[in-house]
Design a protein around this ligand. Structure first.
Ligand SMILES: [Zn+2]
Length: 193
């Protein structure tokens, strides 16, 4: 049987011109032992790893940004993915709150069309990361989730939480996470083709 060609938009959150043209948006930040951790950098690392994993599965990939200099205004990302003829959009972010004790992983979705994929990703990612299950949440207000097609936003963990951050920076966990996102998404798109 011939494989159906699908195209997935991988959207590493934040970055250059996200909120304001020419200004780098770090997203959430956290300083530990004098080192600055930026959500934009960690999300990009996950995005590039997810791109490689998807392409190895013969899935076409469009990146909203490839590095720290690509201009990717948050209000244009959904349209960029649409113009690139993507079937699905996966946005990658890290969570942040003032309370450093907050931890866990959650997947955000817009409507019924996305809910099934969000739940499958949530269950599979909690299993592989052993992070706290913060459940899936419906968000109708997020710009990237206005994408016309399946769209989910994965909050991979909390940047200020020591346990979550240690896991997020572990390359083996990153490989397991992107492998899980790729497998679950490909299966979902095939089942709903
Ligand atoms: Zn973010």
């Amino acid at each position: 049987m011939r494989r159906t060609a699908v195209k997935v938009c991988v959207d590493p959150g934040h970055g250059m011109s996200n909120r304001q043209m020419g200004v780098f948006d770090s997203g959430a930040t956290h300083v530990e032992n004098g080192f600055l951790f930026r959500e934009a950098d960690i999300a990009l690392g996950y995005g590039l790893a997810l791109k490689d994993t998807l392409r190895a599965e013969d899935v076409n990939v469009f990146m909203t940004r490839d590095d720290a200099t690509d201009h990717a205004p948050v209000g244009k990302r959904a349209a960029m993915a649409k113009n690139a003829a993507c079937d699905a959009l996966i946005s990658l972010h890290l969570n942040d709150v003032d309370d450093d004790g907050a931890n866990g992983l959650e997947v955000l979705f817009r409507d019924a069309e996305d809910k099934a994929l969000a739940q499958k990703l949530q269950d599979a990612l909690v299993k592989v990361t052993k992070m706290r299950d913060r459940k899936i949440t419906q968000r109708t207000d997020l710009a990237v989730l206005k994408f016309q097609g399946v769209a989910v936003l994965v909050e991979l963990g909390f940047i200020a939480n020591d346990g979550d951050r240690a896991k997020l920076l572990d390359t083996q966990i990153r490989e397991a996470v992107v492998r899980t996102i790729a497998d679950v998404t490909i299966q979902h798109l095939k089942a709903n083709a």
